[in-house]
Ligand binder design. Structure first.
Ligand SMILES: Nc1nc2c([nH]c(=O)n2[C@H]2C[C@H](O)[C@@H](COP(=O)(O)OP(=O)(O)OP(=O)(O)O)O2)c(=O)[nH]1
Ligand SMILES: [Mg+2]
Length: 315
């Protein structure tokens, strides 16, 4: 293999404070010069990626970071070279960032990142920067008819925290009833970021932020057509093959489970923490742990390479 075919590993810091991300402007003479970037730099031979991240952010910004969380590994081929961007979210650091190499710095609202000119590899980073660490899922209607929507709405209205991301999972209902439930939920709780099941009616596109593929639907899919850059795709994965397929398709994040058994699925096949760690370790995209999870499990999940927790009943 010639050296130009070698993948260049890059440690990238998604530094977030008060809902804003820290960006630098790349110098004109650099690769992808003149564009905004998330601060970071090349991993040196024999260096751990997290060591490189700490070193680069100290060199470039003069800050000392704590507890970086892996968000994604992103491989992208430019005409000149192939890079693998190892993206870490950093919410805790000591020092006030300054452009120690003369590079201009700026803080930008997370949802405004979509408007900026980044290196071509960065589009998935901009989407991943929006992702929450809690992926909430609805319970089903108590029976598949319209009268069951009102009590379902009442429960969700109380249960779901402000701005939550909520996958509307109603396996028992027709697509007409499904659309009605999503529309009514969106009117009652316009703050929620609603995720519809993958084959829900197109008419919902205006009020949802994305779609969720069941594992069977994921495996049957050959391409993923995003209707816009702001459309998020999630997928359920229970094994290695589905994790690999989700990555190949370009899904934004996966929901892996069941990690632990739950009162509603007491005897189901569970991965256990070991099984979860194995699948999370294989995944280059963000992973939510599902099955017996509460928000308080987040540290455990992240220590095993996960990104967030998913669940029907968060208390
Ligand atoms: N830091 C950073 N690099 C990015 C981003 N997106 C992207 O494609 N890259 C590419 C551009 C470069 O080819 C490579 C990073 O190299 P770099 O120039 O920052 O490396 P470095 O800090 O070690 O600097 P140098 O001493 O080699 O100039 O990754 C990004 O958001 N941040
Ligand atoms: Mg750099």
């Amino acid at each position: 293999m010639s050296s130009s075919n070698k993948v260049v590993d890059v440690a990238v810091g998604l530094i977030v404070k008060n809902g804003q991300a820290l960006l630098a402007k790349r110098a004109l003479h650099q690769h992808q010069g003149g564009r905004f970037e998330f601060p970071g730099g090349k991993v040196e031979a024999g260096e751990l990626v997290t060591t490189a991240l700490t070193r680069e952010l100290h060199e470039e910004l003069g800050i000392d970071i704590h507890d970086p969380q892996l968000v994604q590994r992103l491989t992208y081929t430019y005409p000149e070279k192939t890079v693998c961007l190892h993206v870490y979210r950093i919410e805790s650091f000591i020092g006030e960032p300054i452009g120690r190499e003369g590079q201009p710095l700026t803080w930008v609202d997370l949802d405004a990142l979509f408007e900026l000119n980044f290196p071509d590899a960065n589009r998935p980073i901009v989407r991943a920067a929006q992702l929450p660490t809690r992926y909430s899922i609805t319970s089903d209607l108590y029976e598949p008819r319209e009268a069951a929507i009102a009590p379902w709405l009442a429960e969700i209205a109380i249960e779901k925290e402000t701005d939550a991301w909520v996958y509307v999972r109603l396996p028992s209902v027709s697509s007409e009833l499904y659309a009605m439930a999503v529309q009514r939920l969106s009117m009652l709780r316009p703050d929620l970021n609603l995720i519809a099941v993958w084959d829900a009616p197109e008419a919902l596109n205006e009020i949802i932020v994305g779609r969720h593929l069941t594992q069977a639907a994921l495996l049957a899919k050959k391409h993923l057509e995003r209707r816009s850059e702001r459309e998020f795709w999630f997928a359920a994965c229970h094994d290695e093959a589905s994790v690999a397929h989700a990555q190949k398709l370009g899904v934004d994040a996966i929901v892996v489970g069941a990690v632990l058994s739950t009162p509603t699925h007491p005897n189901g096949d569970v991965l256990g923490w070991d099984g979860f760690a194995k699948l999370a370790g294989l995944s280059d995209i963000p992973v939510y742990a599902l099955g017996g999870m509460q928000p308080s499990n987040i540290d455990e999940v992240q220590a095993l390479g996960g990104f967030g927790v998913a669940g029907v009943r968060f208390v």
